[in-house]
Design a protein around this ligand. Structure first.
Ligand code: GDP
Ligand code: MG
Length: 162
């Protein structure tokens, strides 16, 4: 069974954008993936020779859900399926209460996690990243998913965790 990486974060932080960039630029096919539901929000990424499954968790939740329902589902999916979680936040919004809430749930799972700070385009990167220091990650990765920036570094950071 392939390792599973889940993209988790508040609505609108750029999970689907990142998913599309990572699956488009690599051999993306939703084929026979034992153990995971077949859904268009699953893609296969290739990290060197090692394929892994990428999950766009937000995409699996109905937009009609309230924030609490959405968050709960995302976190549950991460718990159930992911080997590694990429926790995505939005540099333009800055650190939000909802980020803390999601992270609290994620930390309880004990899964390996990466913090990726998206939408850093046009911002002072140092300032943008400093806003999220309070989350207590040793490392965090600046991203501009919409411009395919930072995605290679993210892939490299995933490597030792898979
Ligand atoms: P999701 O709800 O987390 O899946 O977020 P989406 O991927 O749907 O993106 C939400 C909005 O953020 C869209 O309007 C995207 O175009 C925008 N967005 C995503 N990535 C970036 C980025 O790197 N920079 C900027 N400026 N906007 C982005
Ligand atoms: Mg989405």
């Amino acid at each position: 069974m392939l390792p599973v990486v889940a993209l988790v974060g508040r609505p609108n932080v750029g999970k689907s954008t990142l998913f599309n960039v990572l699956t488009r630029s690599r051999e993306a096919l939703v084929a026979d993936l034992p153990g995971v539901t077949r859904d268009r929000h699953y893609g296969v990424c290739r990290l060197g020779d090692a394929p892994f499954v990428l999950v766009d968790t937000g995409g699996l939740s109905g937009d009609e859900d309230g924030l609490d329902g959405l968050t709960a589902r995302q976190v549950r999916l991460a718990i159930e399926e992911a080997d590694v979680v990429v926790f995505l936040v939005d540099a333009r919004d800055g650190l939000m209460a909802q980020d803390h809430a999601i992270l609290g749930e994620l930390r309880r799972t004990g899964k390996p996690m990466l913090l990726a700070v998206n939408k850093t385009d046009g911002l002072d990167e140092m300032v943008a990243m400093a806003d999220f220091a309070a989350l207590g990650f040793a490392d965090s990765l600046p991203l501009a998913a919409a411009h395919s920036r930072g995605t290679d570094t993210l892939m490299q950071a995933l490597k030792p965790l898979l």
